[in-house]
Design a protein around this ligand. Sequence first.
Ligand SMILES: [Fe+2]
Length: 388
Amino acid sequence: MFFGVPFTVFGDDSLQYLNTIKGKRAFIVTDATIAKLGLAELVVNELKPANIECKIFDGVEPDPSIKTVEKAAAIAKDFKPDWFIGLGGGSSMDACKSSLVCYAAGIGPLDMSPSDFFDIRAKARLLCIPTTSGTGSEATWAIVLTDTEQNRKVALGSYETLPDVAILDPRMVMSMPPHVTGSTGMDALTHAIEGYTTTWRTPFTDGPGLAAIKLIFENLKKAVDNGKDAEARKSMMYAASQAGTCFGNGMAGLAHSCGHALGGIFHTPHGVAMGLYLPYTMEFVANGSEETLQRFAEIARFCGIAQGSDKECSKALIAAVRKLMKDIGQSPTVKDLKIDKDKYLKAMPGLVDRAVNEAMSIAVTRVPDNEDLQKIFVCAYDGKPVDF
Ligand SMILES: [Fe+2]
């Protein structure tokens, strides 16, 4: 068994840690919006006292493609960085991790598996700075890319793609708009709830998972309602990273399987799809796994949501997730996403196939068959509870 976390620097002005790092050249992987907001410049300025030359690659798109990673790696090959800095949401951080592997190992983005060892640190180290509070990519080795040719999301990564350093500076998330704050926050909640209830969970993942869930229930609505609420922003930033630690070491679950399938076909943003499927998949797992029912009850009690029997507490937790979704204006059904029902039903074989083959399904406590998955997908379209 193992448990890995990056060296984490957090709190106001924690970006100043960049003054102290040792190296020659930093390759900053980000997106055009982050660059436009001046956040990449902030990073470059903080690296000046360390005498580190910087090159910014700001070409990462949402759901980064294999081609984008190849492009970044080719630029890095000429620049020869000894630091890779992923700056942004999950897309930028994942593109950064992946381009580092391509650069250091001389392979293509898809040519890695969790058991590979490329000794990438002989060439460069990895530092991540999140600008959203959701994916927790700064705290995990996970990478999600999009194979645009096959219209499919691909989960990659190896233990070497766990960042060396994560910097959680609250000023980096202050400009997130409410809908992004909401959807990324639901992604973080999904990581923590799923990570707390998989078969891979350990005493090391339990603490970060519980702490994250409590912080999210207490702060997500505040951060959505008032983006200037610095305390709520800070709490969400810490929660997202703790949730990343929880699922990065304990694996995620069925909401990720279903959500990745939906995102691969209908291009729904990751956090929107996660929040949407979370309560339905929680119901499915709780209906067939006594162990997970008890774990849900533990969460509900810890967060002060309910104090009755396991069944009552589990139900109350799922209801609290639905209430939070409503309170922050997230779509509770696929119908609300304005996805046409005929198109959705026509895509069902593809949705089920993708969900079945999703790496995230590996550690769930109740494994669905194809028929179960189809029924879950159908329930989530109209908002029917999962009672099987
Ligand atoms: Fe996620």
